[in-house]
Design a protein around this ligand. Structure first.
Ligand code: SAH
Length: 213
């Protein structure tokens, strides 16, 4: 697939829309302006890539809406070189955004077909997360913990205890919480036992499922 002036123009329009919708983090906006989102959709759907919409990526999963990607990434308050764990690799677009922001990215996907397809895509695009894992995100990645931040990109009915345990002191867990509709929630780890909770309004995600296929 190619990245053309037309695509770049559409991305700039998308970035303007994200600004209108309240995204203020300049690094996040610049990253969205840079990354060809159409590379993460099957060819034939590239006209949909720069609409601010979620889109099917097969296996009943979706690539998150650009606004949601921008909003969650902004909430992470990432600094270069930080270790970030993503739950739900999906299309790899959010992974690419985190990588472009200079994070050391670890990501878990429970759908084997998507895991394999996205691993190959990221390799082909020269996007190099530290670690891509096929498995259950509820468990996190204890062997690679602790993380500066954790982003969950599927709707979680509960806060997985393992993810709280794998967060550094001062670290942030960004997680959409709820069954049908999710409340975007940030937990900041204050010390070994205490977490501060902040809520940022309603979003809709595909569910965070237990047990991999
Ligand atoms: N970050 C992705 C969002 C994909 S949708 C993107 O930008 O495209 C959410 C993803 O979470 C799906 O791919 C789904 O298969 C995955 N998922 C659901 N439950 C999971 C779990 N328990 N562990 C890991 N991944 C999970």
């Amino acid at each position: 697939m190619k990245d053309t002036d037309k695509h770049r123009g559409l991305r700039n329009q998308l970035v303007s829309l994200l600004k209108e919708k309240g995204i203020v983090d300049k690094n996040v906006l610049a990253t969205i302006a840079n990354i060809p989102r159409h590379f993460f959709l099957d060819s034939g759907f590239e006209n949909f890539a720069y609409q601010d919409k979620a889109f099917p990526i097969g296996e009943e999963q979706t690539i998150s809406q650009p606004y949601t990607v921008a909003f969650q990434t902004q909430l992470l308050e990432l600094k270069k070189g930080q270790k970030v764990l993503e739950i739900g690799t999906g299309s790899g677009y959010q992974t690419a955004v985190l990588f472009a922001l200079g994070a050391h990215v670890y990501s878990i996907e429970r759908q084997n077909k998507l895991f394999k397809k996205t691993k190959k895509l990221l390799e082909n695009l020269g996007i190099r997360p530290k670690h891509l894992s096929f498995g259950d995100g509820y468990k996190g990645l204890p062997d690679h913990a602790p993380f500066d931040s954790i982003i969950v990109t599927a709707g979680a009915p509960i806060i997985p205890q393992a993810l709280m345990a794998q967060l550094k002191i001062g670290g942030r867990l960004v997680i959409p919480l709820g069954e049908d509709v999710q409340e975007m929630t940030v937990l900041i780890r204050k010390n070994e036992t205490q977490f501060e909770k902040h809520e940022f309004g309603e979003f809709r995600f595909v569910p965070l499922l237990e047990n991999k296929n």
